[in-house]
Design a protein around this ligand. Structure first.
Ligand code: 5GP
Ligand code: ZN
Length: 113
């Protein structure tokens, strides 16, 4: 746990989070400012700064996050979904506890605008 990390606090239950699914290694909760009808963040229970750090330190947690994303998509009845990791401030990462954005329920364009 990292002292000032909001996602660590949501995982620990010290901050409210709209939790939709959980597993041994990760937790899924709704994004505060959803960008799609379904916008859920899947985070590892342990604090790692970004996806690559999860892969390096705890590869099983990274796999677990994608499995929990699939569970969320099934629960939400999504036909398909977009799964995104932003890495670094230049890519709009604003919370430095790794999180997988799971977005669905609306059409998507490619490349993203
Ligand atoms: P990033 O820009 O780092 O990839 O994504 C951070 C996401 O966390 C944003 O989509 C933002 O809306 C969401 N967020 C920021 N603070 C909170 C919070 O306290 N609770 C929840 N549920 N989401 C948050
Ligand atoms: Zn954290």
């Amino acid at each position: 746990m990292s002292a000032d990390c909001i996602f660590c606090k949501i995982v620990a239950g010290d901050l409210p989070g709209d939790i939709v699914a959980e597993s041994e290694l990760s937790v899924a909760f709704r994004d505060l400012m959803p960008q799609a009808p379904t916008h859920v963040l899947v985070v590892p229970r342990s604090h790692h700064e970004n996806a690559a750090e999860v892969a390096a330190a705890e590869p099983q947690a990274l796999a677990d996050m994608f499995l929990l994303a699939r569970t969320v998509a099934e629960q939400e009845g999504l036909e398909g979904y977009r799964a995104v990791f932003n890495t670094g401030a230049a890519a709009q990462q604003t919370v430095f506890h790794a999180h997988l954005h799971v977005l669905g329920g609306r059409p998507f364009t490619w490349p993203p605008g």
